[in-house]
Design a protein around this ligand. Structure first.
Ligand SMILES: [Zn+2]
Length: 267
């Protein structure tokens, strides 16, 4: 056990930094990953040339491969506002270099037609959404929380789901507006996108989150969005520390490995 004490707005919490909870899907190079927009699956190819083969199974002295990754399509990934505009911060610039105070909230998805929240006109009555009403009902108000993990329910089959066959739930505009209003800078979803798969090509919720378009680089533009994460079974809702592990890549998105560490209020 590596115990840490965290003081947050006058309350003291205990964290066990030796017990990280991994929210990343494993990247499986044999093809068992989720699929979104039919983007290319991850590929691993042994390097070959000049008499060398980077594959010990084929007689090489070591394993050495070229990886092909399309982060948005099939793996847990974190993106920056550069996903929408190349002039915005890259994921290397936006990824936090600190632990974040984080709230994990479970939300039952609901039929679009059952509520009175909105989307940009491309929605259908039978779509499943995360509403602001459901989010608010399960999200305790605690000061100092910088990040939010949303676990959508029902919680089945997400690790390998083909989202072309079975479209994903998405957030209502009111839900993302609530997240912005409550000061969340780093949002983690177990969905492939904050937006509907067919949204008219405008990614409206992404634009609300990053407050785009706008000139310059406001603080909002340093926010990050993590998609296709997965909260393991049995992990309760509550307050955590989040280590959003993102490689330092100068592009819009990179595979990531969010780790949670539980926080317990000290008496
Ligand atoms: Zn993405």
């Amino acid at each position: 056990m590596i115990e840490a004490r965290v003081t947050l707005e006058g309350s003291t919490y205990r964290a066990d930094l030796a017990a990280g909870i991994d929210l990343a899907l494993p990247v499986d190079f044999n093809g068992r990953n989720p699929s979104f927009y039919d983007l290319p699956q991850p590929r691993l190819t042994a390097v070959e040339g000049g008499g060398f083969v980077g594959d010990t199974a084929r007689g090489g002295s070591c394993n050495c491969s070229t990886l092909e990754l399309t982060p948005h399509g099939s793996m847990t990934h974190t993106e920056s506002a550069a996903h929408l505009d190349r002039n915005e911060a890259t994921i290397a610039e936006a990824a936090p270099n600190q632990l974040l105070v984080c709230q994990l909230v479970s939300v039952q998805t609901e039929l679009f037609s059952d509520g009175n929240e909105s989307y940009n006109g491309f929605e259908a009555a039978e779509d499943w959404i995360v509403s602001a009403a459901a989010l608010q009902a399960n999200w305790p108000t605690l000061p100092g929380v910088q990040s939010l993990v949303i676990r959508t329910l029902p919680d089945k089959g997400k690790a390998r789901r083909d989202y072309g066959q079975q479209p994903a739930p998405y957030l209502s505009h009111e839900a993302i507006e609530l997240i912005v209003a409550r000061g969340v800078d780093h949002l983690v979803l177990d969905l492939p996108s904050l937006d509907r798969h067919e949204d008219g090509g405008t990614l409206p919720n992404h634009r609300i989150f990053w407050q785009l378009p706008k000139g310059g680089r406001a603080a909002a533009h340093q926010r990050t969005l993590t998609e296709l994460a997965l909260v393991p079974q049995g992990i309760p809702d509550g307050l955590y520390l989040l280590d959003l592990q993102v490689p330092r890549m100068l592009c819009d998105a990179a595979p990531s490995r969010p780790l949670l560490f539980s926080l317990e209020l000290e008496r």
